[in-house]
Write a protein that binds this ligand. Structure first.
Ligand SMILES: C[S@@+](CC[C@H](N)C(=O)[O-])C[C@H]1O[C@@H](n2cnc3c(N)ncnc32)[C@H](O)[C@@H]1O
Length: 219
């Protein structure tokens, strides 16, 4: 009942904002489900209360979720104690990624949501460690059959706004997907990068039709 009321409140508030970003949590989670590769492992940066980790665990085989804040980490660890589907890892995602990602293979979904968000959330050396996170993913891309990378809060990727000075701009993300021959688009304040269904697309970077964005240009 509380969750239902929260959802109704969020929806009313969203309508009042004329559907401006960010979209309500349940809408964002629908995006994760629709676009995430079924049965893939999920890697989430920024556990916070663990609600998205719990949601994803019901839809997948394994969730790795990373949280640097000691209190939030301890709460999440307690919440998921004895649940083999969820592994909570303490640390900064940019420091955890190199060792964690090299242990994964097959299909992997990333929910990159680990950044300073005010309140009780952790403020690390960078408010937004996305550059380092993507560099680690790039180092391991060849290990994975398919990937989907979902980056939250794309409205914040404007370093000309003082509050978001640590964020790269949208061009950085687009250039990174191009370099790595991934498709990209944006929906509901989420940047989506994913490998093509046809492995040949990844090999050559070529596709026959252009949607909102595609990894490599045809040569
Ligand atoms: C917006 S909240 C995450 C919400 C959560 N992913 C969800 O969907 O419910 C951001 C979280 O990222 C954490 N955080 C901050 N810097 C981080 C970093 N460098 N690596 C990983 N997490 C970080 C914060 O402590 C906070 O818990």
């Amino acid at each position: 009942m509380r969750a239902y009321r929260g959802r109704k409140y969020e929806e009313r508030e969203w309508v009042a904002r004329q559907y401006g970003a960010p979209s309500p949590v349940h809408v964002k989670r629908s995006v994760l489900l629709r676009i995430g590769i079924p049965d893939a492992v999920w890697v989430e940066t920024g556990t916070f209360k663990g609600d998205t980790a719990a949601f994803l665990a019901n839809q997948s085989r394994k969730v790795y979720t990373i949280e640097p804040d000691n209190t939030l980490f301890a709460q999440a660890e307690k919440r998921f104690l004895g649940d083999p589907r969820i592994q909570v890892i303490r640390g900064l995602s940019e420091e955890v990624f190199p060792s964690l990602l090299s242990t994964l293979n097959g299909t992997v979904n990333f929910w990159l949501d680990g950044h300073f968000s005010g309140g009780t959330t952790h403020q690390g050396p960078s408010d937004c460690p996305i550059r380092e996170e993507l560099a680690s993913i790039e180092d391991n891309l060849d290990r994975y059959d398919e990937v989907v990378i979902l980056i939250d809060d794309i409205r914040c990727f404007d370093p000309s706004v003082p509050e978001y000075a640590d964020y790269p701009d949208l061009n950085f993300l687009v250039d990174w997907t191009r370099k790595n021959k991934l498709h990209w688009h944006v929906e509901h304040d989420i940047f989506v990068a994913k490998s093509g269904r046809d492995p040949a697309i990844r090999a050559t970077g070529q596709i026959s039709r252009m949607t909102s964005g595609v990894a490599a240009e045809k040569k």
